[in-house]
Write a protein that binds this ligand. Structure first.
Ligand code: HEM
Length: 235
């Protein structure tokens, strides 16, 4: 009798949730919203570049002092990095697993060899997501670690950003990635709201508008920096 009880033991509720499709979609929705919050803050911080090198560089060193004197220098930043990396791992793992599940559920391709139009957004999300992941690695090597920036100066982010956007192909990488980011947020916000059950005839319109406004504000707010350097407004 004891062995029967042992063999029928249910896995922990969290694992059951993670294994379910709605669980993975919920994880994607919540982590995606966390990224949107980070991006809004990062984008707003970047706009300080318009107030000159002293203010921008001071802002960057302030980021390392958040929580001081309770926290030691950069402890908050490392906490934030840990949360963001964990969120990214969960977001990407859930996306890959859901994509595999989707393929398994529909193994036979359509007569014309392609998926129906409805999955265009899904394709954009997958390829856009992969592009953003690659961009993110490069961006951190470029402006945080500095190894991908030929003119990197530790503790001088204003100089590093201006040096970056003086190179045409760096601008190209940023512009392509930021446009991908806009598409990703626009559709991702809608998907997240649906997953979290925020629906209804009147709400659908408001959710679509909010997603588009967020996408335009974040993409535009980031894009203005390389544009300003290229135009000579920031030098
Ligand atoms: C024109 C666009 C952007 C500019 C000029 C920019 C600028 C910067 C700079 C200067 C840093 C280093 C900050 C410091 O060390 O004080 C940084 C770090 C970072 N950026 Fe961006 N960024 C841009 C777009 C993005 C985008 C689109 C993402 C995400 C998809 C992103 C994610 C990050 C992350 C995760 C870090 C590392 C933060 C850390 O050190 O913990 N950035 N960015």
């Amino acid at each position: 009798m004891a062995t029967a009880t042992a063999t029928t033991r249910r896995p922990p509720a969290l694992l059951v949730f993670w294994r379910s499709t709605i669980g993975k979609k919920s994880v994607m929705a919540v982590t995606g919203l966390l990224f949107v919050a980070f991006l809004l803050a990062h984008m707003a911080g970047n706009l300080k570049i318009f107030f000159g090198p002293a203010e921008f560089d001071h802002y960057s060193s302030w980021l390392r002092m958040i929580g001081s004197p309770v926290l030691h220098s950069s402890w908050y930043l490392w906490g934030q990095r840990t949360v963001l990396v964990l969120a990214l791992v969960l977001h990407v793992t859930a996306a890959v697993q859901l994509s595999k599940r989707d393929r398994r559920a529909r193994p036979v391709r359509y007569a014309h060899g392609r998926r129906p139009r409805a999955s265009f957004a899904t394709h954009t999300m997958r390829w856009g997501g992969a592009t953003l992941a690659a961009y993110l690695v490069w961006h951190i090597l470029d402006l945080t670690a500095g190894v991908a920036n030929q003119d990197f100066q530790e503790g001088h982010p204003y100089h590093n950003v201006v040096a970056d956007f003086g190179v045409w192909w760096v601008n190209l990488i940023y512009i392509v990635a930021l446009l991908m980011l806009g598409l990703h947020i626009n559709h991702g916000f809608w998907s997240a709201a649906q997953t979290l059950g925020i629906r209804g005839a009147t709400r659908d319109r408001a959710i679509k508008t909010t997603g588009t406004v967020l996408a335009v504000v974040i993409t535009g707010g980031f894009l203005i920096v390389p544009i300003a350097v290229m135009a000579g407004w920031v030098s």
